[in-house]
Design a protein around this ligand. Structure first.
Ligand code: ATP
Ligand code: MG
Length: 204
């Protein structure tokens, strides 16, 4: 990587709500790949998730801001929230490449559950050609290398990188279930996010 190139990580998700698993993953990738910045991009209307988010997009966005405020390399983008239509990652990366210019390399950060379905994403082949994917293998969801190789050939090996990161078996689904039954979420999400959820009575 030449010295004047810039590396930006992209962390897409519904963040319903954002949690420590997302933050540890993003920070590990930032550290190990020497990224200049990680952009958290809350999805407005995720094409791969049935049903609507339980809380509003603005509340998910605000929680992402609260969670990332203390890390100077972390930023939250509204680009998918302010866009009309579905949250295609291909469109997001295309817009970011226009905005940042050719001297920036993009690293899409995902869990294995998300990357295994990459062949279902809009313009997946072109997306994979345009950026790198850094994958954290989530418990119970092995990386489907055969499927990725079948769909993307040598591009899969060249542009999809596996990251050895401590397995944090945290999911937003579990957090929503905990809140619904009145169980604590302290330390599973940053304090500021827990305070906001309790103050607003979200997911309860
Ligand atoms: P839900 O349970 O609602 O699906 P989630 O915890 O999977 O929520 P998402 O917003 O769907 O969170 O995830 C955004 C991205 O972060 C995805 O690529 C997902 O694989 C990844 N991710 C989420 N939690 C973890 C975790 N604990 N470890 C590694 N990756 C994670
Ligand atoms: Mg998920």
């Amino acid at each position: 990587m030449s010295e004047n190139r810039r590396s930006v990580g992209l962390m897409g998700g519904t963040f319903d709500p954002i949690h420590t698993g997302h933050l540890v993953l993003a920070e590990d990738v930032r550290d190990m790949f020497g990224l200049d910045e990680v952009l958290f991009i809350p999805a407005a209307n995720p094409p791969h998730k049935g049903g609507l988010a339980v809380v509003t997009a603005e509340q998910r966005y605000l929680m992402a801001e609260l969670a990332t405020a203390s890390n100077p390399a972390f930023h939250v983008s509204r680009m998918e929230l302010d866009r009309q239509g579905p949250s295609y990652s291909w469109l997001t990366v295309t817009e970011l490449q226009e905005r940042y210019g050719a001297s920036t390399d993009f690293y899409f950060i995902t869990g294995s559950d998300a990357i295994n379905l990459l062949d279902e994403w809009h313009r997946a082949h072109d997306l994979l050609a345009r950026c790198h994917f850094i994958v954290s293998v989530r418990e119970g969801v092995p990386l489907d290398e055969a499927r990725l190789a079948r769909s993307f050939g040598s591009l899969a090996k060249e542009h999809i990188h596996r990251l050895a990161t401590p397995a944090l078996e945290i999911s937003s689904t579990d957090i929503r279930e905990r809140l619904a039954r009145g169980a604590s979420i302290r330390y599973i999400v940053p304090d500021a996010v827990a305070d906001y959820i309790y103050k607003e009575g979200l997911y309860q």
